[in-house]
Design a binder for this molecule. Structure first.
Ligand code: KG4
Ligand code: ZN
Length: 373
């Protein structure tokens, strides 16, 4: 059935014909409000794949509602998916008949939005008589930096920070992941978006908060970095977790308590961002140190935040680790990362059945958590 979504089909070379065959894989991403398609090319497992094309159509319509409206998102994917895929193939200079496989995000995300991509991907693969491969959106974010940076390869410690997730993942090898920590409430991107709203900024607000914070005075509004005080001891449950709801409330109180919000907005944004970044960076570098990882990979939309990346680099230097993150285009939702993760599973011989379903929530395949379940 769809839940047992992927089976192995006879080894690494399955689905490819002959030793010199090139794989051209189409990736499709529709989990939220970006309709995206990309083509990656691989000359074989172990070779660095090449991104041949990437098309991202963002649904700006949601900005007027101050958040993504699931029904509108699903309908917009239905009308955009065909031209977006056509353009991705045209940009790659290939026709449908040259495709080796289709990889599609099937979880997690908005169910109607996911179903638009999954239904299209399955129908396309079936009509071309090529395999379809299911991809977990967050595993896509893990792969994003590797498309541009040859050093963003395992083993590494990863911080995934998006609008829906905040996860600290140890990755000894592709396909093998251990969840060390996660948010107990809001995701990092969600916290940015909610604070943006409090400060009167547009949706999605992460980048506007970053811009505003850059003009703010450090220390004028001091917020406590969440879950960093001495009560959280190494080896105790929660040590690697984060939480942003208290910080968000502190920002709300500062906004309400301000007698001149125009004067204070940038300083509040600065105080919020400094506290959030301190927690994320400290927890990530600490975890990397604990596991002896000399590489740290940042992924997800919040990894577009240059202040976060710079702070992570500076702090990682103290343990001799390097920090790797993708360009903004590949950090926010895109099909290139889905194609790259899909290629990994395709080259391992994994194939989804045509009964493949979409799931609003699902663990990353190969993920075990620190407690061992
Ligand atoms: O990964 P993504 O594109 O979508 C999800 O999978 O959720 O992440 C979107 C999130 C939004 O919350 C957005 O505000 C945030 O990434 N974001 C940023 C920045 N750019 C995007 N947050 C902080 N600073 C930024 N520069
Ligand atoms: Zn995402």
């Amino acid at each position: 059935m769809g839940l047992a979504r992927q089976s192995r089909a006879g080894g690494a070379a399955a689905g490819t014909a002959g030793a010199l065959s090139v794989t051209l894989l189409l990736g499709i991403e529709t989990s939220c409000d970006e309709t995206s398609a990309a083509v990656v090319e691989s000359s074989g497992p172990g070779e660095r794949p090449e991104l041949r094309s990437l098309v991202i159509l963002s649904q700006d319509v949601h900005a007027v509602f101050g958040g993504v409206v699931p029904e509108i998102a699903a309908r917009a994917h239905l009308t955009s998916i065909v031209p977006v895929v056509d353009k991705a193939l045209a940009d790659a200079g290939i026709g449908f008949s040259e495709l080796s496989a289709v990889a599609v995000t099937h979880a997690p995300g908005l169910i109607g939005a996911l179903l638009a991509g999954v239904s299209y991907g399955k129908a396309l693969a079936h009509s071309l008589d090529i395999p379809v491969v299911a991809v977990h959106h967050m595993e896509g974010h893990l792969f994003a930096a590797s498309l541009e940076d040859p050093d963003a390869e395992p083993p590494f410690m990863a911080l995934l920070v998006s609008g829906g997730h905040t996860m600290l993942i140890d990755c000894p090898a592709w396909g093998s992941y251990e969840l060390l920590g996660a948010t107990r409430d809001d995701a990092a991107g969600e916290a940015f978006d909610k604070v943006a709203k409090l400060l009167g900024l547009p949706y999605p607000g992460g980048r506007y908060v970053e811009e505003l914070a850059a003009r703010g005075k450090p220390g004028r509004f001091k917020f406590k970095p969440p879950m960093l005080d001495g009560t959280w001891k190494a080896n105790q449950p929660g040590y690697h977790d984060v939480s942003f709801s208290g910080l968000k409330t502190a920002v709300l109180n500062a906004v309400r308590g301000s007698s001149d919000i125009e004067r204070d907005r940038a300083d509040i944004a600065r105080g919020f961002q400094d506290a959030l970044i301190e927690t994320l960076v400290e927890k990530t570098v600490r975890a990397a140190d604990e596991r002896g990882r000399s590489r740290i990979v940042l992924g997800g939309g919040v990894a577009c935040n240059r202040t976060l990346v710079a702070a992570a680099r500076k702090r990682a230097e103290r343990i001799g680790a390097t920090v790797h993150s993708a360009s903004p285009r590949l950090s926010t939702d895109n099909a290139a990362m889905i194609a790259r993760a899909g290629l990994f599973h395709f080259e391992r011989g994994e194939r989804a059945e045509l009964s493949l379903n979409a799931f609003a929530t699902l663990p990353i395949p190969g993920l075990k958590n620190a407690a061992g379940f």
